[in-house]
Design a protein around this ligand. Sequence first.
Ligand code: P6P
Length: 325
Amino acid sequence: MVVAANRTSLQEYLASERMGQGHNSGLGAVIMAIAEGSCQVQQQVRQAALADILGTTGETNVQNEIVQRLDKASSDIFVETLSQSGQVAAIGCEEIEMPVIVQGNTGDGYIVLMDPLDGSSNIDVAVSIGSIFGIWPKKPGETVNDDSLLRPGSEQVAAAYVVYGSSTVLVLATKNNVLGFTLDTESGAYALTHPEIKIPETCLYYSTNEGNNKVLDEPTQKAIALLRNKYSQRYVGSLVADFHRNLLKGGIFAYPADQIRKDGRLRLMYEANPLGFVAEQAGGAASTGYERIMDIVPQQLHQRTPLILGNKDVVEETVAVIRAG
Ligand code: P6P
């Protein structure tokens, strides 16, 4: 399929990388399932109030957060497309308390951890939001159960996110590279627009919720003050949007632990691990402030973590100040 001014489509890229054959057999199908689901989600995001999709369901999720109707719709869409791929053995999802064990999956296949719609608080005010995916290989011959999903981020084979912004961009990180594909809304296909993403050496931005400064411990306040003195503040309040800007332009995102959120606010398995994988593959880093995100051996599917994410040098400098105490 030729899309958008003769650019390579996602499907053509995956075929060229033999993502459908050999030892990677099936990974391409998982990525296409993510792409297909994101096309459906972005249609609803773009329709929003017109599709009567805004507002809440009246329920609270496992995070004890009010469920936005688009959260639930996105979760249902991706569970469906991933399950239909025939290559996914289990799914962990921010919106679903227990793992979804995909029936009948006997092949090797993959385990996908996802935040189907990140940045929910921005949905009703038309600000960029996103979807985040971590992809782990199922252990050969394993009969998946709930514990099968508790794998360190270092065992991911790929990660992806979609940012629903002024354009819809799918960023895919594999063991070899990080690429960006932009949705051609006319053809409904993703076209390769960012063939090799590397986080710039120069850090321009820092992204943190300055309103939390008063509840940070002193070493963390000092670390944030250093960022404030050196870089421009950009904070959307959607992790995917903040990370995407910093990945392309050079920046650091920091949501450290504080006196209220002692374990941090963001989720390890389907926010920090996938974006940490993307960051490291693009030459960046991801830390809790005390250890590498992808080294953490998870204890719970929905556990939270502090997150310092972006330019490797700046992450290391920030961590050094936090740890200096
Ligand atoms: P705060 C969105 O709800 C989210 O999970 C991330 O996308 C975002 O980075 C963070 O929370 C924003 O949190 O406390 O600054 O509103």
